[in-house]
Design a protein around this ligand. Sequence first.
Ligand code: ADP
Ligand code: MG
Length: 290
Amino acid sequence: MTIKIEGLQKSYRKFQALKNINLHMETGLFGLLGPNGAGKSTLMKILSTILPFQEGIVTIYDFDLVKEGDKVRRLLGYLPQHFNVPPQFTGREFLHYVASMKGVTDQQERNEQVEKLLEEVNLVQHANKKIKGYSGGMKRRLGIAQALIGNPKLIILDEPTAGLDPSERIRFRNLIEKLSKDHSIILSTHIISDIESSCEKVAVINHGEVLFEGSTEDLADMAKKVVWELAAPFSEYDKVEKEYVIISSRKEKDRVVFRIISKEKPSGEVTPVQPSIEDGYMAIINGVMS
Ligand code: ADP
Ligand code: MG
């Protein structure tokens, strides 16, 4: 088992950020979904051994996170949500610096690792440029490269796609897909398309609680029988918005077709719809399940 979390509780002073978290993760790609403030970063900081917690048992590859933190640290790479790099460094210098910090002291070995990672994240042609000139996407890719130094078995990525443009996001998804073949990866996001298709397992958390754990198909199924398309005139927009959780809407001639979630079949011109992963997520977050 890659990660085993049992009865985990974390408070910041009086505020309970994680309430009795139980999660299990096997190998492969694990997606942690939840809105802002859900507790994703708190959980990832704990897994990275940089944040203490009050209650519970967490093991990573059977090592106890608290008692054997140094052993755990050697097995993992971490990309924090707010990843700051010294702007005067070049990308290559920065990776050498991180490698030294991680104990890769042999010059040749360090060279090989750094060059391989630059290639892997597609930064070779920018490696000698100062980081202050990097785009958001380039910085993220450098962040991923530094998390991969030392070939960690487990990679923890906290909102790795935040601030990326659509093409960077696609490139990133492909990189993750490739890496997940020989690493275990846990990544947090609030963007459903980041996890669609590629994640073996997903957990949804909100207000410090695990609301769902399962496959992406199971997640979509959480909205079974509660997703509808409802056609209504424009004049009823506010009324529909008040009454239902709207997933999306599109204009159709002189009316609007809403995709909504509702436990009961709405009145009016309604058709039931097959739920998507996004519907499942929205149903869970809004507590509207069949
Ligand atoms: P997420 O990453 O899902 O957006 P976080 O783990 O960052 O959520 O935060 C979870 C909750 O804990 C939020 O309500 C946040 O305000 C609170 N929180 C996070 N860090 C601290 C801190 N250092 N001190 C006090 N409260 C915090
Ligand atoms: Mg966060």
